[in-house]
Structure formats: structure tokens, C-alpha cells
Design a protein around this ligand. Structure first.
Ligand SMILES: Nc1ncnc2c1ncn2[C@@H]1O[C@@H]2COP(=O)(O)O[C@H]2[C@H]1O
Length: 400
């Protein structure tokens, strides 16, 4: 409908705005002062619910978005993001209202009615029954406190309460931490840190306690009788609702693994192997600084590969962690061809280890055979790799 754009463009208060790909044009909850007509590119309309993006729709050339907030004077019901480079005409609230006022009264009524209906529908896209994560967290903490007993020594385990909260209302650890931080500042909860120490090995091989880190936290409710009443008052306060709002689009390792359906250890390995793009991961800045300071920069210069257990062996590349004697014993009984297949499929470090484990002469034969292989037969390679792993697992010399 390009002629519709022209009509808006003719009006004095509309102006072309450009948004690079990925720009959030406006966020849910923000004040609505302009509507946009897309000239170029596509815009995604979505809500963030329980750390997931729920797509409501897309807008392309000739289509309008952000009109509902302008018509109903309510805050933005959803977020708009440029899916590609976008050029859009920003139409001032007054312009839309003037145009509406020029239209017949039934059309005005119908427009307002339809906008309210769509807003109400968008609001139903939620998995947070209370719509107020702050109060929901307080309710769970209060229940957990009551279940823990009322004695002077009653305490809650921070990690355990966080897990319970996440099971019930699908918040991320970052959001839960932000809520507890706020409760702490208001003296509604007290948090004590349980410290642990990283082991540090000196030049003589002796292990001593190294820098400390926070192993766990314990929670207490100083005034359990008043806790919920105060929390309810706070959540009623609109300013507080702003203050407890945190960016829902971040998730921690536990959330990521839950969403992806893989155990956190596997996700960590995949990050280590570069199988998950590193740009997906963020550090909490002040916590990261604290950790770096505690450990000292030397700690980060080298990664100590933990000794693998049998269960950790996944592919031929893991043989870099297998002791030389075990590997030598196994390779010597597998035959040149199979060892050549392993060398051909292995990464550089594992291939070097194979050649170093063999005698010079045999390494030469295997190397020739491996480089003569035009293409690896996938089935054969998988079978040989499995045989190697099974043999290593069965052999002694590997922690289990
Ligand atoms: N279900 C939907 N499909 C497409 N667009 C929508 C949908 N719900 C809301 N929008 C648009 O997204 C905008 C969000 O800000 P507004 O509420 O001002 O106006 C809204 C509409 O323009």
C-alpha cells in the first residue's frame, strides 16, 4: 500500500527514521508516542515470556505498527525489533489522532475497540500467573521459610530456593538475584555468604587453600510475620515494579540447558569445543571482576585439563588425556590400518599423540597409510573410533 505511506509522508509531523538490523525500535511497557509506517525492511513484533520470545507478528513495507499504544494511550503492548535494515515513517500521536478525528464516529469507536482487544490478547501471552515476578518470588520464599521451621536458627539455602522458584515461575537466576538484591537492600531478607577456597598447588606439589569464593548463600527472613505484607505493599507501588524489572532476555547456564534439553556439563563441554557460538554467553561484570581479582591473572594463563573419567571419553580427540602407556598398549594391538583410520580422523593434537606413541618406523607406515586414504568411510571410522574408546574404557590406567 505505498500510496498510504505517501499520505502520511505529506503530513508535517511525520519523519523518516532508520533502524539498523537488530535495533529494538521500542520495548514493551514503554510510553507510546509515535506509530510507524514501514517503508523498507521488516519488523518483528514479540513479547518476552519466561525468557522466551513469543512472536506476535511481522510488519513489512506499507504496514503500520505501534499504532495501538497511540490509539489507546496505553504503554507498548509488545516489543518491535528491526529484522533487517528498516526505514519507517514515524507518525506523531497528534497526527494519528487528527486523522482519526476526521473519520466517522463509528470508525473511531471501532478502531479503539479493536486496539483494546489486540492489547488484551497480547497481555494473555504470559506464563506468569501473578504477572508480578517480585511478589511471586516473595510468596515462594515465605512458604519455604514456613516449611523450614520458625526457630532462631532457621535458614534457607539460596541455591535451593532459587531452584524452587525457577521450577515454579520460570525466572532466570539473574532475575532472581536482582529480586533478592532488592529484598536485601530493603532489609526484608538477610543473606550470609558461605565461603569456600580454590585449591592452589605450590612448586613442591603441596596443595593449600587458595583464594576464597562464595560457595553458597544462606537466607533469613528477619521479620517473617511482616515479610509478605511489606512485599505486597511494595509490589502495589508502580515505581517498585519498575525497579524490580530486569532484562528478561538473559539466561544462565541452568536455563540454557533446560531450554536446550542437555545437561549443564554437556553444554559446558560444547562451549569449550566451540560448538556453541561464544557470542551467546555473557558474564556478570562485577561478579566476573571479583572472581578475576580473587584468582589473579596468572590463573587464567593456562587451563588445566581435568583428568578424564571413562564416562568423559567421547571421541578420538579425547585420547590427548589418556596416559601414554595405556594408549601404546591398545594401539599396538589394533593393526596399522585401524590406527591410520584413527590418525586420519583425529584433530591435530590427538594425531600427534598417536604418532608419538608409536615407534618411529610404525609411525611412518601409519602416516603414509593415513595420507593415502582418499576419503574416510564414515561407518568404518565410527566403528574404529568406538573400538578404541571401548578398549580404553576397559583398560586400566584411566580414572573411573
Ligand atoms: N498480534 C500482533 N500481531 C502483529 N502486530 C501486533 C500484534 N500485537 C501488537 N502488535 C503491534 O505491536 C505494537 C506494540 O506497540 P503498540 O501496543 O503501540 O502497538 C502494537 C501493534 O502495532
Amino acid at each position: 500500500m505505498p500510496q498510504d505511506i505517501d499520505r502520511f509522508e505529506d503530513e508535517a509531523d511525520s519523519a523518516v527514521r532508520t533502524f539498523p538490523k537488530g535495533t529494538v525500535i521500542f520495548r514493551e511497557g514503554q510510553a507510546s508516542d509515535v506509530a510507524y509506517v514501514v517503508k523498507k525492511g521488516r519488523v518483528s513484533i514479540y513479547r518476552v515470556v519466561g525468557n522466551k520470545r513469543v512472536r506476535l507478528g511481522e510488519r513489512g513495507p506499507g504496514e503500520m505498527f505501534g499504532e495501538m499504544g497511540v490509539v489507546t494511550a496505553e504503554p507498548r503492548a509488545s516489543t518491535a525489533e528491526a529484522l533487517e535494515y528498516v526505514e519507517a515513517l514515524a507518525c506523531d500521536k497528534r497526527l494519528i489522532q487528527t486523522m482519526l478525528l476526521k473519520s466517522p464516529r463509528p470508525v473511531q469507536l471501532l478502531t479503539g475497540y479493536l486496539a483494546e482487544r489486540v492489547q488484551a490478547l497480547a497481555a494473555q501471552v504470559t506464563d506468569r500467573p501473578s504477572g508480578d515476578p517480585f511478589l511471586a518470588v516473595c510468596r515462594i520464599v515465605h512458604l519455604a521459610w514456613q516449611a523450614a521451621g520458625r526457630g532462631d536458627k532457621a535458614e534457607l539455602d539460596y541455591a535451593e530456593v532459587s531452584r524452587t522458584i525457577k521450577d515454579i515461575i520460570l525466572l532466570s537466576q539473574i532475575e532472581i538475584d536482582a529480586i533478592f538484591e532488592r529484598l536485601k537492600k530493603l532489609h526484608l531478607v538477610s543473606v550470609t555468604e558461605v565461603k569456600g577456597h580454590f585449591p592452589r598447588t605450590n612448586l613442591l606439589g603441596k596443595t593449600k587453600p587458595g583464594p576464597s569464593f562464595v560457595k553458597n548463600r544462606r537466607l533469613r527472613l528477619p521479620d517473617p510475620e511482616k515479610f509478605l505484607a511489606v512485599a505486597k505493599n511494595l509490589s502495589r507501588d508502580a515505581a517498585n515494579a519498575q525497579a524490580v524489572g530486569v532484562d528478561l532476555e538473559f539466561c544462565d547456564l541452568a536455563d540454557f540447558s533446560r531450554e536446550a534439553g542437555g545437561a549443564p556439563e554437556v553444554i559446558l563441554k560444547k562451549i569449550g569445543y566451540g560448538e556453541i557460538p561464544e557470542k551467546l554467553f555473557f558474564f556478570h561484570k562485577s561478579a566476573a571482576r571479583e572472581f578475576i581479582e580473587a584468582m589473579g591473572q596468572e590463573y587464567f594463563k593456562q587451563a588445566r585439563r581435568p583428568r578424564l573419567t571413562a564416562a568423559d571419553l567421547e571421541n578420538v580427540d579425547d585420547i590427548v588425556s589418556v596416559d601414554g602407556a595405556t594408549l601404546e598398549e591398545i594401539l599396538s594391538t589394533m593393526g596399522f590400518h585401524k590406527v591410520a583410520v584413527l590418525a586420519a580422523m583425529a584433530g591435530e593434537a590427538a594425531r600427534d599423540k598417536i604418532y608419538k606413541t608409536l615407534s618411529k618406523k610404525i609411525a611412518g607406515i601409519v602416516r603414509d597409510e593415513a595420507s593415502a586414504m582418499a576419503a574416510l568411510d564414515d561407518d568404518e571410522a565410527a566403528a574404529v573410533e568406538q573400538e578404541l574408546l571401548d578398549r580404553i574404557k576397559a583398560a586400566k590406567g584411566l580414572a573411573s
